[in-house]
Design a protein around this ligand. Sequence first.
Ligand code: NAG
Ligand code: NAG
Ligand code: NAG
Length: 476
Amino acid sequence: MKKTIILISVFLIIQAIEIAQLDKDEVDVTKLNALFGTNYQGKIYSGYLSAKDDGKVQFHYLFYPSIDSAIEKPLILWLLGGPGCSSMIAAFTESGPFTFIEESIEFEENPHTWTTFANMLYIESPISVGYSYGPDGTQSDESTAEYNLNALIDFFVKFPNFKNQKFYIGGESYAGIYVPTLIQEIINYNEQPINPEVLRINIQGMIIGNGCTDPSECTQLGYLFPRHRLDFYGRHGFISEETYKKIIDNTEKCSFSDKQECQALAYEALVQIAGPKYDFLINQYNVYGKCITNTSEGSKRMQSPLRVSDEERNDSDVPPCVDVKGLYHWFQMKEVRELLNIRDESPKWVACSLNFKNYQINPNGSLYIYPTILKNNIRVLILSGDVDGVVPIAGTLYWIDKLQQQLQLNTIKKWRPWYIPGIVTRQVDKDQNAGNVFDIEGLTFVSFRNAGHEVPAEKRMESKIVLEKFLRQEYL
Ligand SMILES: *[C@@H]1O[C@H](CO)[C@@H](O)[C@H](O)[C@H]1NC(C)=O
Ligand SMILES: *[C@@H]1O[C@H](CO)[C@@H](O)[C@H](O)[C@H]1NC(C)=O
Ligand SMILES: *[C@@H]1O[C@H](CO)[C@@H](O)[C@H](O)[C@H]1NC(C)=O
């Protein structure tokens, strides 16, 4: 009898200790909920991954294991672009369980969170982005891919239960470069794994939203005559017919060209879009959306990313017209840094790092990696918000067509509309057209009607439907 009581009390004590003690990097969700005014029931991990052997490069990660049966669900790593912008934007405005109410510092539950069907990992990369830190110096697409691979391996060492799950990497915008280059690193790593604790990374697929891909999109030479942006604006009635015709006639000649006549033509169009002072007041990330300006968080930058040559770039940590109010409010707070296990070495959190003057953009983009990705049976999902003026649908369709011809990929299912059930929005509605889709060997393209640059932020329900179908290998 006495023994039983002792055993029970020992058991209770152990249980109490377990309740009180958090795993390494585990966030105290009770405290977080109290601070954020949320009611999250799952676990959250936040800490650092070592991105270089010498331990001097530390990338901040945020990890939401899926709420139920995490061990049976796929793992998705999601990266944001820039270069220089933080993946926390994705975690807290796109796919995470709690997101901001627009232009506010209040959280709301995201009924379409991806954590219901996947384990979501967000890494801030490369050095100086968000809370990530490391030595100063030049960075490049190559160094980013290498760091990301190391950080990922460190993640699997820290969370060995997730090593064998189906693994996907996704991202948007400039992550259209980060993701394929990381997958290239993974393919190489799997041939010669170095870390005995991670002998294979179980990469199954990649997801890219409005991503930089072709050299004509987001490279220094590509910006000289941003042919797809000009094409997009022309097709959407932002440029006079006279100018648009000249653009069409001169596109082949002017692509990648700094010839005076080509630059003059690009400026002729730019002035029509943006006004003579380029004071835009147009949200290029969603050309039919609102331009949020002059907030206390510093969203004052109105210079355009339409042409991002150095002399025009007015450095700011806020992409023009974008709402980052909630992120700024919370992620600079001492209490939040403490709860997320942020070290003193980490910089003040900003949405897009200011220290990106020396970043070397690979002039080849990432399209050249796609043949390797497809050959390795890594499935590709390309998302495109069709009113984004920054990495517009025109460029995405251009390079997919180029790739299909180059590799002679068969069309599996032809271009067609896709729908969301009316019942999801309003019972009385019929199915609603949500965009277009087509499938070629190894690659699915999905457009999102009336969505801008950040599809998962603007079209949460639609993104969830598309993602779940992709993971289940079903057609839309
Ligand atoms: C911008 O914000 C400041 C301070 O919040 C305010 O004084 C100013 O009038 C605003 N400017 C415009 C153009 O809205
Ligand atoms: C950059 O922005 C600042 C403040 O908004 C402004 O005073 C300055 O003229 C801008 N510089 C350029 C090169 O546009
Ligand atoms: C870009 O591609 C060219 C041609 O394949 C190659 O010679 C060059 O090294 C590449 N540049 C970089 C930075 O990878």
